[in-house]
Design a protein around this ligand. Sequence first.
Ligand code: SF4
Ligand code: SF4
Length: 295
Amino acid sequence: MDYNLPMILAEKVYKILPASVIKKLQPKIMSFVSQRLTVGHGINYVDINVVDHCNLKCKYCANFCPLAHEKYLDVEEFDKDCERLSSLSSGKIKTIRLLGGEPLLHPRLIEVMAITHKHFPVSGIDLVTNGLLLLQMPRAFWVQCKACGVTVAISHYPIKLNYAKIKSIAKEYRVKTEYGRKPRGMYKWLLDINGGQDIKESHAYCFRAKQCTVLQEGKIYACSLPPWINYFNEYFGKNLKASEGDYIDLYKVKKFEEILEFLGKPIPFCKYCNTKTIVYSNRWELSKKEITEWT
Ligand code: SF4
Ligand code: SF4
């Protein structure tokens, strides 16, 4: 079941439009879609940062990975968090996305996939990767992908990747892969470092609030900004404050509806997001770690 139909429809429209038309129309389509997204009876995507750092450092990375230090998901803690979220949500999560950073860098990724599948047997599981390490992955990785019904979703960047070979290995193990026909454009999320935005308006125009729910260290966030803004702050010497109002504690809520209600409302951190002027479809390039990539 899709809980956020407007976004699904927009993605279908993007598939049939030429790139030049998408570039022109995307800001209008996205603000139209964002204002119509609602959190209904379930969640479309729950994102898990399997590692915070990445082996490819893209300009505009929405999770600040070019600025992140080496950090790996704690597998035992993840198991407990999944158990708790699973019992609260009773299957009302459409897809769990294992991402990062680059998830293939986690030495216990196979266990992470097994735990995810154990607690969310009816949800889809997407392993979102830049693909650079896929040809080095052992047989056990592919076997586990198949056993857990994991889709290997490769982000298509204009980098050297032998997709034909990856596809053929995946086929051998009967693992589903996704790879966009064309390299993707990058969106530039505009942070207002002075926190001067109207939180209701920022939230209303935000598609991440209703599509990129994050589970991290026992907490549910509406987006990936508050949990990882520390990397931005540390690198650029800024102080964008993430506060207690920016998440909901998995172990304090009693019902899944409390989480849905939280996800449907603006959070204090929205004052830092200039969502009305996000620039979509930027050309992909490597990050130079300049503050203007996020502001
Ligand atoms: S590959 Fe993805 S996670 Fe890694 S830096 Fe690029 S956008 Fe960020
Ligand atoms: S802080 Fe608010 S406006 Fe910014 S990305 Fe998160 S939910 Fe959206």
